[in-house]
Design a protein around this ligand. Sequence first.
Ligand code: AMP
Ligand code: ZN
Length: 114
Amino acid sequence: MSSCLFCRIVAAEIPAKVIYQDADVVAFEDINPQAPLHCLIIPRRHIATLNDMQVEDAAIVGTMQYRAAQIARERGYADGGFRTVINCNADAGQTVFHIHLHLLAGRILHWPPG
Ligand code: AMP
Ligand code: ZN
């Protein structure tokens, strides 16, 4: 989708600080970080929201979670802890409509979230 910001990052039409990529996912630093580590893991394939997931998309969301855990481990946050979040639609605060897994670590993350 040429109009989608994150599709354009996947296509390298918009710059991003990419920290990992493979045939399925791209991970890059969030432009407005909310923790010392705040990156986004996205599928290369456009899926607008979790509401738009098809059963065949379940594997890619698992891959996104796996990659988040790997990045957290590489950065030294596995034992201390980290959080992964996917916001879905307006009430959850979704602003970019290409699913993305937030990976946050490096500070105490309160619960419940705001
Ligand atoms: P959400 O509110 O869950 O849709 O999250 C969207 C996230 O994308 C926010 O944390 C933004 O800071 C981040 N974001 C928006 N534009 C960019 C960009 N060009 N590069 C990196 N992160 C971005
Ligand atoms: Zn997209």
